[in-house]
Design a protein around this ligand. Structure first.
Ligand SMILES: [Zn+2]
Length: 372
């Protein structure tokens, strides 16, 4: 217990504790050369403790109502697209399709920030007591959770703060959540052409929706209860398809000698795969509305499809030290950016077509994996 207390508090204790914590978790485990600057560490811990307080200012400064309105339209486009995708699947029976459609129709969309902000009145924050603030925050959060017992589920609650650059699907709430932090470039740019936005935030929206139908999410029904709504035959076909993806990602090596774990990353890879397909279809529905000239328009010398895939690849540009890549390969359910891009586009023939690859080449293989 003493060790756990010290370990979890190390960053709010005196400098020797901070340094020792960095030596192991930063330098040894993650290959980090130096500590993040103090302002960044402070911002992170304030966001963790008081995210829905500082988030209000952040939203006012960075997420205007028009951006929220526009994002709502995009989410609706993607929901329509996934609905059509489910209808068109050749491997799924009509009865399972009907259940899937019910689940999709029951999705709740949460965009930007919570409707009701968390009340921090009971949390005592003291300007000169970093350690005490951390302990009081832990007690505050524990009491908040204990208070929920016996009460109805708060469907409006968020488990990410508004400035967070991330998104999530909750299987037990059957909702998709997009904090304002991810609704910024390079994920989403109000002023850029739709192909780039559909390739970036469009795939993220499709990704979160597909989580409702991945290896885990598909075990929950429209009300968020663990309940099978599949016929046995459809379930078998689904498992064959996800197995194809697991094998594909098992073969990838983020650093020489370290392989990804295809089953650990299966849900995320299935979500990327589905997201990439349904956002592509949604883009073309949008372009068709604008007419033939829009479909064939080039921007900066790139076709609409090329810009779509460039938009997708752009959001996964990242730089990781080899030590950290090894930790992630063993613990992170997400594949590294390199394989989220190269692993997924080789499952989608539109990529090979868009860039004129020859069928049978690595990025345009003859056999590829597809679930949604
Ligand atoms: Zn995900």
């Amino acid at each position: 217990m003493r060790w756990h207390l010290l370990n979890s508090s190390a960053n709010s204790l005196a400098q020797p504790f901070i340094d020792e914590n960095f030596e192991f978790n930063g330098r040894t485990l993650s290959g980090q050369k130096e500590q993040a600057p103090l302002w960044r560490r402070c911002t992170q811990s304030t966001d963790m403790a008081l995210g829905e307080a500082i988030g209000q200012d952040w939203v006012n400064a960075n997420f205007p109502p028009a951006a929220k309105q526009n994002m709502k339209l995009l989410v609706t486009d993607l929901e329509t697209s996934l609905g059509q995708d489910i209808k068109s699947l050749d491997w799924m029976s009509p009865s399972t399709k009907a259940e899937a459609a019910k689940k999709l129709a029951a999705f709740r969309d949460k965009i930007g920030y919570p409707e009701n902000w968390r009340d921090y009145a009971k949390l005592d924050v003291k300007r000169d007591d970093r350690f005490g603030n951390g302990r009081r925050t832990a007690v505050f959060n524990r009491n908040r959770n204990l208070d929920k017992i016996g009460k109805p589920v708060d469907e409006k609650e968020w488990s990410m703060t508004p400035p967070t650059v991330n998104a999530y699907y909750s299987p037990s709430n059957n909702d998709i959540n997009f904090p304002a932090g991810i609704l910024q470039p390079p994920f989403y740019d109000f002023k850029i052409d739709p192909a780039v936005n559909f390739g970036a935030i469009g795939v993220v929206i499709g990704h979160e929706m597909t989580h409702g139908f991945d290896d885990q999410g598909s075990k929950y029904d429209a009300q968020g209860n663990v309940k099978s709504w599949w016929t046995d035959e459809d379930r078998t076909k689904f498992n064959e398809r996800t197995e194809c993806e697991a094998k594909e990602f098992d073969s990838f090596e983020p650093t020489p000698g370290t392989h990804l774990n295809g089953y650990l990353t299966l849900g995320e890879n299935t979500a990327d795969n589905g997201g990439l397909h349904v956002a592509y279809a949604a883009l073309h529905t949008e372009l068709a509305k604008q007419g033939a000239a829009a479909e064939s328009k080039k921007i900066d010398g790139y076709t609409q499809d090329q810009r779509y895939f460039l938009g997708y690849a752009q959001v996964w540009c990242e730089n990781t030290r080899p030590e950290y890549a090894q930790v992630l390969a063993r613990t992170d359910p997400h594949s590294p950016g390199q394989f989220r891009v190269n692993g997924e586009v080789q499952n989608f023939e539109k990529f090979g077509e868009a860039f004129g690859c020859k069928k049978g080449t690595p990025m345009y293989p003859v056999n590829s994996c597809r679930v949604w």
